[in-house]
Design a protein around this ligand. Sequence first.
Ligand SMILES: Cc1ncc(COP(=O)(O)O)c(C=O)c1O
Length: 397
Amino acid sequence: MTIDQGTRLADSLARLGTETAFSVLARARELERQGRDVIHLEIGEPDFDTPAHICDAATAAMRAGQTHYCPSAGLVELREAAAEYLGRTRRLPIAPERVLVANGAKPFLFFGILATCNPGDEVIYPDPGFPIYESAINWVGATPVPLPLHEERDFVFDPDELESRLSSRTKLVILNSPQNPTGGVAGRNDLAAAARLIQQTDAWVLSDEVYSEMLYEGEFASIASEPGMLERTILLDGFSKTFAMTGWRCGYAAVPDALVDPLVRFFVNSTSCVPPFIQLAGVAALTGPMDDVEAMMREFRARRALVVEGLNALPGVSCRTPLGAFYAFPNVSGTGFGADELARRLLDEAGVAVLAGSAFGQVGRDNLRLSYANSQANLAAALERIGAFLAGNEPGR
Ligand SMILES: Cc1ncc(COP(=O)(O)O)c(C=O)c1O
């Protein structure tokens, strides 16, 4: 008997989304295999090496035999270092017992939603926003309630719009600042207003702060620092972006007491633990010198200026200056091209890989996301290619 493979898969798979960045990267690599030259502005990872002292800590730990299973909640050394770091940078005391370690920030998003939401619960999340939020919300059968981030507000949520979406059905509010894909950064006032509104409900908060060190102006603010908020907030950070450690797969979060055991159970059921030698490298990252991070941010700042200026010089393109992360989110509606078509054709015809804003939600459908994690020379070449494409082509193919 032949098996119809399609019908033998779980129905729930239809609810699981994905990250377009990985499929665009695959298409770009395919074009490269055919001999085409592609400038990569699609993937969200720093193009810098992980600082040497962090790599040294990992190899020393490996040689010292830190290569076995370890506690699913994380090594005490890293939980303590992360509690100290989160407490210092968010200005509030955090007990190490409430800090958990996972294979990147992503498991906290997925398992955090699984651990808090029932089918039918409402979850408020940013639109445009990191696509895994909506994917996990749909997977559990909860109802996604997008919170629009408008260009006019530099992609920061409007507390009035948050208020109109909060209800007795709201189980979780997801915030992300500095933000992917817009580079928007929420200030203290908006976060304080959000905290006051959320405190009138029973909702949990998931504050995704993986870009917290990637700030170009002003001071970083966290909703967890607002009075009473830590009790209901998953305060999420990680190593991927700050320390150019995307491939190491390590993240951490301070979580409310009631979520410690459920999240650890998800880790036990899925990944068991983060390799201990990686966690010890994480300790070196959080407690060691920040010179490499500062040098990386100086370079990102120069690239930001180059990209924003270059985009705004293109006819029909307007780009706000992002205050954080390493993404530009230009509006391309004035070019006559739809953003989806433009993203597709820039890759196929101009050799520039970018993402269409629609990959991050409806509100970003007129925009592109450019990750400026590439050299200034490549960024300048990409801007030239985009300019030449716009000058020489018509929409509609
Ligand atoms: C907003 C946001 N949260 C979480 C992640 C996932 O980070 P990690 O590599 O730590 O899993 C990303 C990665 O792109 C992100 O942009």
